[in-house]
Write a protein that binds this ligand. Structure first.
Ligand code: ATP
Length: 596
């Protein structure tokens, strides 16, 4: 397959922001791709070489890219630099330089997808002395054989600025359409994706083996499973109403979620976002090897910082000291953690995800040998709301955030946020509103004290059905001076020239960002809004929902992907709950007034 086919498809995709058109173009591209390349084309389309969990990134710096373009085109570096600064797009700079190329190379070969992929792969894996030179030469020789259009996309892919606006869900739609007989079989593909977190592997399976191969998709130790997530409710009575007679309630510990994969003595740890974070926790690895009584297994646990003298849990902030690249062994001593197991998904060849919670918990109790720093999350089973409330008090006294209620008969629903798990947090009860996690999609220039920086940020919630980000508020308060400095730097790599294809905004921001950075915001009220697009039409025709008086809590949720942000549906639910809270006391007041 020629790389030209891919580059032309990307060029077309760049001309539209409509999801249906993007999907159609993707279907055409996938249909032209042979089975041995489909995984690579899927990764490319998302600007990657491998699934995220491998941690292998192309990661070519702009400077290196510019030198490679100069070498291949015979244009002085300064000239390319200028072109780059004008548009901020290294891809366009490459396209322009190659279009103006004066000297023609004697032997040029047309580029295949395989050659481009192999070159990227080598570049991504080369480190150490002389690697810089090797990378420049590798790219230059690729560019030597590239047409200007190909050069544009090679460079955008290499520098991580491809940004076609294609999310996992769109790829799944296109795969279903191209190889699985249409939309109705999409859930099967989604299931395979949730079990493997590898869209390339799913694409390969469905193209080569059809739906049977997808149905037979197996969990593999070492390949992370997309995590099951919790819905939220406000009271123990509501929880029991949803879950039936009885449910389990577990402590909701305030730490970092770990998906632990053990194969013999090799332990790999994945974060909530499924990044490999094994190196942060050498102590957890060792404890797992010593205390887990299965040879191969996948389990989930919350790592929480503890006080070793008292055994008490410490706040989440303490654990953040463990997120570092260097000085890990000191951090392990200074900030000890306890591993708190709450689920098990696979044991010695047996996939447990379809087993009910009740059984998984029993198995967990058999295979985890508890120790000072290895625990099973405390839980009770009850059908009484007052018991849940009491347990909530215990949990909070012991430094937990609240409880997670779990349906006793529920399987492990990878990648789903449903009512089989429900979180009950302390703050839902007292305040009008909880905190929400929103995605930064735009910025507005500041004035006065904030001149030269951003004054406010435009935030969006995730609309899962449409796979879009819709605006719900602008936030300008809660930022410390340090954060005001830090945010523009954090956002700079995600700056784009136009509103992103997956962002729906009626507001015109001064600067647009790719939806990447998730922050936690507290707000005291939700109102109907004519200018925000979140949950548009869901309460009243023509109106969206907006958060009023939002405040940044200081917590950047880098453990969350943009698709893990609070959804527009959750905001609708919060709006309804808020109405109830306002109306119930009013109603009570009216009844009282009437009777007296
Ligand atoms: P939050 O912002 O409340 O942590 P979240 O969106 O990260 O929520 P949820 O699915 O809403 O994730 O809540 C479950 C999270 O709570 C898990 O990701 C996990 O890190 C944590 N947790 C703590 N204790 C438990 C438990 N006993 N069972 C499941 N999850 C738990």
């Amino acid at each position: 397959m020629q790389y030209q086919t891919v580059a032309k498809a990307y060029e077309e995709m760049g001309k539209t922001t409509k999801r249906l058109e993007l999907t159609y173009l993707l279907v055409q591209l996938f249909k032209q791709t042979p089975p041995h390349l489909i995984d690579k084309v899927v990764y490319f389309t998302q600007g990657k070489l491998y699934p995220d969990y491998t941690g292998i990134e192309i990661g070519v710096a702009d400077k290196l890219a510019i030198r490679a373009i100069a070498m291949a085109s015979g244009t002085p570096e300064t000239k390319i630099e200028k072109a780059y600064q004008k548009t901020g797009d290294v891809g366009e700079a490459a396209q322009e330089a190659l279009s103006n190329k004066t000297q023609t190379t004697l032997f040029t070969q047309s580029l295949t997808v395989q050659t481009v992929y192999d070159t990227f792969d080598k570049v991504a894996k080369t480190t150490g002395q002389g690697s810089l030179d090797f990378k420049i030469r590798s790219f230059a020789s690729l560019l030597n054989n590239a047409t200007p259009l190909e050069a544009k996309y090679i460079l955008r892919t290499a520098t991580g600025t491809l940004r076609l606006g294609i999310a996992d869900y769109t790829v799944l739609d296109a795969l279903a359409e191209a190889f699985a007989g249409g939309k109705e079989n999409r859930p099967l593909l989604e299931r395979a994706y949730n079990q493997s977190s590898d869209l390339g592997a799913v694409a390969k399976a469905v193209q080569e083996g059809g739906l049977d191969a997808v149905k037979n998709f197996k969990i593999t130790v070492g390949r992370p499973i997309r995590p099951m997530l919790a819905e939220r409710l406000e009271t123990s009575a509501e929880i029991l109403e949803k879950m039936g007679d009885k449910c389990a309630v577990e402590y909701k510990l305030d730490g970092e979620r770990l998906q632990i994969h053990k194969k013999n003595k090799t332990v790999t740890l994945f974060s909530r976002r499924l990044e490999n974070i094994t190196s942060h926790y050498p102590d957890v690895r060792e404890q797992c090897i010593n205390t887990l009584k299965a040879q191969d297994m996948i389990a989930e646990a919350e790592a929480v910082a503890i006080n070793l003298d008292t055994g008490e849990y410490l706040p989440f902030q303490e654990l953040m000291h463990r997120r570092r690249k260097y000085g890990i062994s000191e951090a392990v001593k200074q900030y000890p953690v306890a591993i708190n197991f709450f689920d098990v998904l696979y044991v010695d060849g047996e996939d447990l995800t379809s087993e009910p919670y009740r059984k998984r918990r029993q198995i967990l109790q058999k295979i985890v040998a508890e120790a000072e720093r290895v625990r099973i999350v405390p839980a009770i089973t009850t059908g009484k709301p007052e018991k849940i409330d009491e347990y909530m008090q215990d949990a909070i006294t012991e430094g937990c955030e609240g409880l997670v209620a779990k349906e006793l008969g529920s399987p492990y629903r990878a990648g789903a946020r449903e009512f089989s798990w429900v979180k009950l947090k302390r703050e839902y009860r007292s305040e009008l509103m909880d905190t929400v996690d929103l995605v930064i999609v735009g910025g507005f220039h500041g004035r006065g004290k904030r001149a030269g920086r951003f004054g406010t940020y435009l935030l969006a919630a995730y609309d899962k059905d449409a796979d879009m980000f819709r605006t719900v508020t602008k936030v300008g308060t809660g930022f410390s001076d340090e954060e005001l400095e830090k945010f523009p730097k954090l956002l700079e790599p995600h700056r784009i020239q136009h509103v992103h294809a997956r962002v729906d905004s009626k507001m015109q921001a001064d600067v647009w960002f790719e939806p990447r950075v998730v922050i936690e915001v507290a707000a005291s009220e939700i109102t109907l809004s004519p200018i925000h697009t979140g949950a548009l039409d869901s309460i009243r025709k023509g109106a969206g929902l907006a958060l009023r008086f939002p405040k940044f809590t200081g917590h950047i949720r880098d453990d969350k992907a943009p698709e893990d942000a609070t959804t527009t549906k959750e905001i609708v639910r919060m709006y309804r709950t808020q109405l109830k809270k306002i109306e119930e006391p009013l109603e009570a007041h009216r009844v009282k007034a009437k009777s007296s």
